[in-house]
Design a protein around this ligand. Structure first.
Ligand code: G4P
Length: 528
């Protein structure tokens, strides 16, 4: 591998933000983009007061509900690194999508609302990141408000999330009394000024806790209290150890306010300095290292109609190794076909730009005309399959019907494409012409109807249907499978990718079938 390629790969940092809704993910994304000079002034991402919305938000629906449904990728330079920030949908109903996105990153930023501490959604997301021990950087947000005692906040993280905290900065006051943070290793006090939220600005600082300048900020008593507190904190916490961070054992903690644009720069500095360069990944065949010459990658997300001006579907591929060059041929082992990729897109701060080159760690968007599925591996010819990108069995089902029966073809096309994205799952019973939509969360149903209307121009409505759960059917014995199919015709369906599924009216029914057909494997997750 050439030195340039090696250097390019080593400077990549690919991460996602995890948080509970309302903790400040969108706001911090905006400030991170500002620091990366990907946007010039804040307020352009999620325009409070203006009509503009997050570059990472595409849908009308999101504007109405204030939630981020889709995943996007933003790339920008910072601290001699090239950062790839993957946005994840914050709402619980889209956890599947988030889960898959977390397979495509090498580190995560956890944002916590310091007035609330660790919340449910953060717990769930952390569980996911623990599966691969993804390194976590923590940002305690909203210091401009009254917060929980900072030591208690650290305790909360340690107890609830089972990871040790190492504070890198420490807050001086909070709410109206918020003065700034002390940076332990730099021995520097960064001073908070309100009203600096929208633009890049120079942060004022004072070097050394014994610096006489500190007296302009705090009175004698406050200074002595601060010194005591810092000593206490240092005594009670470990020093930062990068190996432990990379192993997911400790999380460096920063304090600040995303809205006030304070502390985010220190966090981003820490994250880019410490977070790992692109990591290799396991395949069913062998481990692929990030230093391998040949390109490999996997698709973790498909998004239809991202941009109304380009009516196409984009498959998001994370490159695990090698280098993408415009015009190269990529091999998809699942369909045993080579595709020439002449027009991949990158996501420079949400704008779609043509990528001439991309390196391990980067995400590229492939135009998909229906041949690419979530979970697909691409290589330069080797027969590989990256593992660990699951589909979850839906728990909610509805029959979907058209208001105007003439548009059946359009409806089917829309549903197949939306199911390819993994936003929702489609089931077509073998015995009738029903179209059944399965979802993991309720909100997905509304999203599908809204998108069918705006993107496919079909008006559809739901009807209740008696299905409790679905299972993917697998069996190595062909004869047994045929027997099973014959006897269960009424409960069999094909999913969006034509895989055989069993749709069960009740758990009792499902268990009976399991007992009756022990050689049939009924799976609640399907690896793509
Ligand atoms: P999310 O993407 O994680 O859901 O959170 P988002 O950034 O949208 O922030 C949620 C709310 O919290 C926003 O208020 C935002 O302005 C506010 N917020 C984010 N960071 C900070 C911070 O550091 N300090 C304070 N005080 N607030 C912060 P909103 O949606 O505009 O609602 P409202 O609170 O203005 O009514």
């Amino acid at each position: 591998m050439s030195q340039t390629t090696k250097d390019e790969i080593l400077k990549r940092r690919t991460f996602a933000i995890i948080s509970h809704p309302d903790a400040g993910k969108t706001t911090i994304t905006e400030k991170v983009l500002l620091l990366g000079q990907a946007i010039q002034s804040a307020g352009t991402v999620k325009g409070r007061g203006s009509n503009q919305h997050a570059k990472s938000d595409w849908m009308e629906m999101e504007k109405e509900r204030g939630i981020s449904v889709t995943t996007s990728v933003m790339q920008f330079p910072f601290n001699n690194c090239l950062v790839n920030l993957l946005d994840t949908p914050g709402h619980e109903d889209f956890s599947e999508d988030t889960y898959r996105t977390l397979t495509a990153v090498d580190s995560c930023l956890m944002v916590i609302d310091s007035a609330k501490g660790v919340e449910d959604r953060t717990k769930k997301l952390m569980e996911v990141t623990r599966l691969r021990d993804t390194p976590i950087v923590t940002f305690m947000n909203k210091l401009d408000r009254d917060i929980i005692d900072p030591l208690e906040l650290l305790d909360d993280v340690e107890n609830e999330l089972n990871i040790h905290c190492v504070p890198i900065t420490w807050p001086i006051g909070c709410g109206k009394e918020f003065r700034g943070v002390y940076h332990f290793s730099e021995k520097r006090i960064y001073l908070y000024e309100s009203g600096r939220g929208n633009k890049l600005h120079e942060v004022q600082y004072i070097d050394g806790i014994d610096n006489p300048k500190l007296k302009e900020l705090l009175d004698e008593q406050q200074i002595s209290d601060l010194k005591e507190e810092l000593e206490l904190v240092q005594g009670a916490t470990n020093e930062f150890d990068r190996e432990d961070f990379l192993a997911g054992k400790i999380t460096p903690v920063f304090f600040g306010t995303a809205l006030g644009n304070f502390g985010v720069d220190q966090m981003l500095m820490g994250l880019t300095s410490w977070a790992p360069a692109p990591q290799g990944r396991a395949t069913l065949n062998r481990f692929v290292g990030n230093d391998e010459e040949k390109l490999t990658g996997f698709v973790f997300k498909i998004q239809a109609n991202m941009d109304p001006k380009h009516r196409d579907r984009i498959a998001f591929m994370r490159l695990v190794s090698g280098k993408y060059q415009k015009g190269m041929k990529l091999y998809n082992p699942r369909i045993e076909k080579k595709l020439t990729i002449s027009d991949a897109v990158t996501f420079m701060a949400g704008e779609r730009e043509r990528a001439d080159f991309a390196y391990a760690g980067d995400i590229i968007g492939l135009h998909n005309h229906g041949t690419i599925q979530i979970g697909d591996t691409f290589t330069e010819g080797e027969n590989l399959k990256f593992s660990g990108i699951p589909n979850f069995a839906p728990e909610l089902f509805k029959r979907i019907r058209l208001k105007d029966p003439l548009k059946q073809k359009q409806l089917l096309k829309g549903l197949i494409q939306l199911s390819e994205e993994g936003a929702v799952q489609l089931f077509r019973p073998l015995q009738n012409n029903d179209l059944i939509v399965g979802a993991v969360g309720v909100l997905q149903f509304d999203v599908v109807v809204a998108r069918l209307k705006s993107e496919y121009k079909v008006s559809a409505i739901y009807e209740a249907i008696n299905i409790t759960t679905a299972r993917w059917v697998e069996c190595n014995d062909k004869k047994e499978l045929e027997n099973f199919k014959r006897k269960n015709q009424n409960n069999l369906a094909l999913d969006g990718a034509e895989n055989l599924t069993y749709i069960a009216p009740s758990m009792v029914n499902l268990n009976l079938v399991k007992d009756r057909f022990p050689s049939i494997i009924l799976k609640s997750t399907r690896e793509h």
